[in-house]
Each structure stands twice: as structure tokens, then as C-alpha cells.
Design a protein. Structure first.
Length: 117
């Protein structure tokens, strides 16, 4: 449909804030979507923001957190359950604000499709 008088869509990606595996797979999808549809792509992520900017210069990236992940004990591979629970409660208490900000962004920027890992 793009190319027949319709504007290219705006696609919004939300990418997890731990590791780079989800970002790598999302980058491949962003490149294919941009090449085939010349769509506008915006991304919200924190950890992989620079990686995505470097890999996809045509993408608008907001370096903002999307999730809490887990808190680890220093210098170990053990989960710090107490600190993770505190972080989770803080995240839950900010959920309404997060949703209101993202809803406003999507309306203001005419986002057509949201993709999230």
C-alpha cells in the first residue's frame, strides 16, 4: 500500500533493557521495514540505545528505561531478591505515569504500530 498515495507508517519499538539479543533481532527487523516501506521508526530503550543508534542511523532512539530486569548481588551471578522486589514495587508505582507519557507520545507522533519484545 505504501507508494500508492499513503504515508509511510510510524512504527514504535520498545526493547528490553537487559542484554543485546533482543536489540540485535529488532535491528534486523528495523532495517528490513525501513528498506521495504521507508517507514518512520522510533525506539525506546536504555541499555542498547547507543548500539541501535550506531546500527540504524535512520531510527529515532529515546534512551529511557522500559523494565526493571533483576538486581544482582555484587560480583556474583545470584539474584538479590530484596533489591529486585524493591525495584519492582517502584516500577509498578510509576506505571500510570509511564503509560500516560507513552500514550501521549504515540498520539502526538501518530504511531501506527507498536512492536515490543
Amino acid at each position: 500500500m505504501v507508494g500508492r498515495g499513503l504515508n509511510p507508517p510510524h512504527i514504535r519499538f520498545y526493547i528490553s533493557d537487559y542484554g543485546f539479543g533482543h536489540a540485535s533481532r529488532s535491528i534486523a527487523l528495523m532495517r528490513a521495514l525501513h528498506a521495504s516501506m521507508n517507514c518512520t521508526i522510533s525506539v525506546r530503550t536504555e541499555t542498547s540505545a547507543n548500539f541501535i543508534r550506531d546500527s540504524c542511523p535512520f531510527v529515532s532512539v529515546e534512551k529511557k528505561r522500559n523494565d526493571i530486569g533483576t538486581v544482582m548481588h555484587d560480583s556474583t551471578s545470584r539474584v538479590n531478591r530484596v533489591e529486585t522486589e524493591k525495584s519492582l514495587h517502584h516500577w509498578i508505582s510509576s506505571w500510570d505515569t509511564w503509560m500516560a507519557e507513552e500514550t501521549a507520545f504515540c498520539k502526538e507522533c501518530a504511531v501506527d504500530l507498536i512492536l515490543s519484545d
